[in-house]
Design a protein. Structure first.
Length: 444
């Protein structure tokens, strides 16, 4: 690996917007490089392997192979009629029609004779000759009768009949073939996120496989001599690795796949080994920890000489940030590397602020940014004037926002108890109870 694009320079100070723009520019080429994969579709597959279908976006436009609905059919349980035959019907002058055989959903397409009405169920094919449906509630009688029942008409003929006291409009309660989407029309556009309705319309059209964008593959490297895997015994001074869990889940939620490969060492060679081995099958490397001002900072020591540039962003938590392109096998232009600070709250806030929106845009989600609410504070708050501070909070039933825990970036438990992030921008310094602040909901 060698230095690409960036020089290993001194730490620069950046505004939040400057770092956001830098991350966006670094990751932008990922959209052009994304491979396509074909996934098979069926309800049993979706239920059996839900992860394969979650947070997916279409690689190409999909054209409908069929009309939907595929044939004219009834929108109501009722009678299929010729509307013109009932044009004079009123409560004073009802029109009586002979009842044809019943048509159920799934029956083949039949026909009605003039002067007849066919009992028809919702979704059943409209018989030839009919051009309107009268719901059963508007027929006399307002319930279906057995074919063994007969009425005697004025001529003395015995037949099952039905009366109508009003005239339907032409096409009333008829669902015309192709009225949802016609064969050859765009079924779903490239980039469409596949939610329930999108997967449903693909199934309705009879398609059994679709091309989707391959997920962005992230090599996630939590670092630190002190971190250990939960479930193993801790020596004094060691802690369990929470950042691997925090960011794996955050990345999966953003539509990525993750290889979490912690570096439980402060030795730059160990980190470089992980990058070298993991990068060929990844699109993006995210490291956590090892970037501040300590005597040994594994990320800074290992990746600084390779071109990753470290800066201090005017944000708290999440001040120490880094990014760059690092040469790696399988990446002719270098693999993008984003480095987060190690405090777990700093790492997750960094992800929220800089990476989540870009990854969601790359994944094609219409809602890439968090929803911003403007809500009054339930209490006064102080913030560092020169920094954009992000506090953890919850939204009360009174619509006021209550801070959860203090500003320190080790308070992961407070984050876990929060439903919102509160933004206290550069220059604010102090806000009183009742003052409005920008709030992101994070409880979706
Ligand atoms: N003299 C200075 N000290 C520090 C500065 C500074 O500017 N000058 N910045 C502080 C800020 S702000 C932050 S944030 C941290 C960032 O430090 P690092 O990115 O180098 O992270 P570490 O030192 O490796 O860890 C910080 C903290 O987080 C814990 N940690 C790390 N990894 C994990 C993990 N996977 N799971 C759970 N907890 C983890 C680690 O034990 C430390 O307590 O630096 C400040 N210092
Ligand atoms: O900026 Mo550090 O991320 O506050 O704790």
């Amino acid at each position: 690996m060698q230095l690409l694009l960036r020089d290993n320079g001194a730490v620069t100070s950046l505004s939040l917007d400057q770092h956001r723009a830098a991350v966006e520019a670094l990751l932008a080429p990922l959209s052009a490089r994304r491979a396509i994969e074909t996934i098979s579709l069926s309800a049993s597959r979706i239920a059996g392997a839900p992860d394969a279908y979650r947070q997916r976006t279409l690689a190409h436009d999909v054209v409908s192979p069929t009309d939907l609905p595929p044939f004219d059919n009834s929108q109501m349980d009722g009678y299929a009629v010729r509307a013109a035959e009932l044009s004079g019907a009123s409560s004073d002058a009802t029109v009586r029609l002979r009842v044809d055989p019943q048509i159920n959903a799934g029956d083949t397409i039949s026909a009605i004779e003039p002067g007849t009405a066919a009992p028809i169920m919702t979704g059943a094919p409209l018989p030839a000759g009919a051009d309107a449906i009268v719901p059963i509630e508007r027929a006399i009688p307002d319930h279906f009768r057995s074919t063994s029942v007969t009425d005697t008409n004025a001529d003395g003929d015995e037949a099952l009949t039905v009366e109508f006291a009003s005239a339907p409009d032409h096409d009333e309660f008829v669902r015309r073939r192709g009225s949802d989407v016609a064969q050859g029309e765009l079924l779903l556009a490239a980039g469409a996120a596949l939610g329930p309705a999108q997967l449903g319309v693909i199934a309705a059209s009879g398609l059994t496989s679709i091309d989707v964008l391959r997920r962005i593959r992230v090599l996630l490297i939590a670092t630190g001599h002190e971190i250990r895997e939960p479930g193993t015994a801790l020596q004094p001074g060691q802690i369990y690795d929470s950042n691997s869990a925090v960011l794996s889940q955050a990345l999966i939620d953003a539509g990525c796949t993750v290889v979490a490969w912690p570096c439980r060492s402060d030795d730059a060679a160990d980190l470089l080994h992980i990058v070298e081995k993991g990068a060929p099958t990844a699109d993006l490397v995210i490291t956590v920890g090892g970037v501040s001002a300590g005597a040994r900072e594994v990320v800074r020591d290992a990746l600084g000489p390779l071109g990753v540039e470290f800066s201090h962003v005017a944000m708290q938590p999440g001040g120490p940030q880094g990014l760059g392109l690092v040469e790696a096998a399988g990446h002719p232009s270098g693999i993008p590397v984003v480095t987060f600070p190690g405090n777990p709250v700093s790492a997750l806030v960094s992800f929220e602020m800089f990476v989540r929106p870009v990854l969601r845009r790359l994944a094609g989600f219409a809602r890439d940014e968090r929803e911003v609410l403007r809500l009054p504070l339930a209490e006064s708050v102080d913030s560092p004037v020169g920094k954009h501070q992000v506090r953890r909070a919850s939204i009360g039933t009174d619509g006021r926002v209550r801070l959860v825990g203090g500003p320190s970036s080790h308070l992961l438990h407070s984050y876990a108890a929060s439903t919102a992030l509160v933004h206290l921008p550069v220059g604010l310094g102090h806000a009183d109870a009742g003052d409005p602040v920008d709030v992101w909901r994070i409880d979706d």
